[in-house]
Design a binder for this molecule. Structure first.
Ligand code: XMP
Length: 321
């Protein structure tokens, strides 16, 4: 019988054995998985862990501040923030293929960690890289027995071949609900442990088409509105997550005030799920949908249509790319 505390004890022992007296870097994304992985490693090796938060410019509104404030307050972990916005945008320039985007983002993450490792050289040898990879990430990236590659999760199929780090992945056998229980056991606050999932490649895989700074701004505004309205309707725990997707290469004609518009649609993708391996589209109340739609089309000038994705997984995946 696996209890949460036995999972913690076993993983802490394994991390100690693997890392020995070495040092580790952990990329924090602001999401649950990396937060819990870091907390486990911190319990195992203490301040020989340094967390690196990469601002790749594909983040949602307020995310960087939340990590810098809440996570550090909760754990006291050593945190380095790297502003890599130009680097990621440059690498993604002209790219529209979803798998190519995922691989570029996975590779650039590693390049940033390698740079961080060189910058930390004076403090010692950071040979280990901690990742919050979960069991479903491994399976969907084609890592499980007899599974097809559905999409390359940035921290599995998106890793470069010449990886210099030894990976530490204490959550690799776990599902999200188990990870949340481990986080609670480790004393992480609800605001972190109960956060809805957000993919490492961030808004980069929620812009259908090329990722540009302007498009990111549009999507960030629409996403912030949807999140605000879902939170104020008390729906955060009902839905698993609600990606907002910008169809950047699609335009449609609209009318606003007395003028014609020719703007972009955004898609709301609310889903209910147990483990993200399968999902059902969430039947959101019409009044909530209406508020989100009205606010987005009023407040985000470039968006003139809000559409609802009513596809389950399968056949759709949760993210559009
Ligand atoms: P899909 O789109 O495959 O998503 O149905 C399943 C769950 O995984 C999240 N996701 C990711 N998380 N790196 C991550 O850390 C990734 O590359 C990635 N791709 C998808 C997605 O948000 C959903 O919760």
């Amino acid at each position: 019988q696996w209890t949460t505390s036995s999972i913690v004890d076993e993983q802490v022992a394994r991390i100690r054995e693997q890392v020995g007296d070495g040092k580790a870097i952990c990329g924090l994304s602001g999401g649950v998985d990396s937060a819990v992985a870091a907390a486990l490693v911190q319990r195992a090796i203490g301040d020989r862990l340094t967390c690196v938060f990469v601002d790749h410019g594909l983040l949602r509104a307020g995310e960087r501040a939340q990590v810098e404030r809440d996570y550090v307050a909760a754990t006291g972990v050593k945190l380095v923030t790297v502003d890599a916005r130009e680097r990621f945008l440059g690498a993604l320039k002209g790219v529209t293929d979803p798998e190519e985007k995922r691989k570029i983002i996975g590779r650039e993450f590693i390049r940033v960690f390698e740079q961080a490792e060189r910058d930390l050289k004076a403090e010692g040898d950071y040979r280990f890289l901690v990742q919050g990879t979960l069991y479903p990430d491994v399976v969907e990236s084609g890592g499980g027995a007899g599974t097809a590659n559905i999409k390359s999760h940035h921290n599995v199929g998106g890793l470069p071949d010449d990886l210099q780090f030894t990976l530490v992945e204490p959550l690799r056998a776990l599902f999200k609900d188990e990870v949340r229980r481990v986080g609670t056991e480790l004393g992480l606050p609800e605001t972190i442990v109960q956060r809805q999932p957000f993919p490492g490649p961030g808004l980069g895989i929620r812009i259908i088409g090329e990722v540009t700074a302007e498009r990111l701004d549009i999507l960030r505004k629409a996403d912030a509105i949807a999140r605000e309205e879902l939170t104020s309707a008390g729906l955060d725990r009902t839905i698993w997550q609600c990606p907002v997707v910008l169809l950047a290469d699609v335009r449609s004609v609209g009318v606003q005030g007395d003028g014609r518009t020719y703007g972009h649609p955004v898609v709301l993708r609310p889903v209910s799920s147990e483990d993200a391996m399968t999902a059902d589209w969430t039947r959101l109340p019409y009044d909530v949908l209406e508020r989100i739609s009205t606010r987005i089309t009023n407040e985000v000038a470039e968006v003139n249509r809000v559409v609802l994705d009513v596809t389950s997984k399968p056949p759709g995946t949760i993210e559009w790319e």
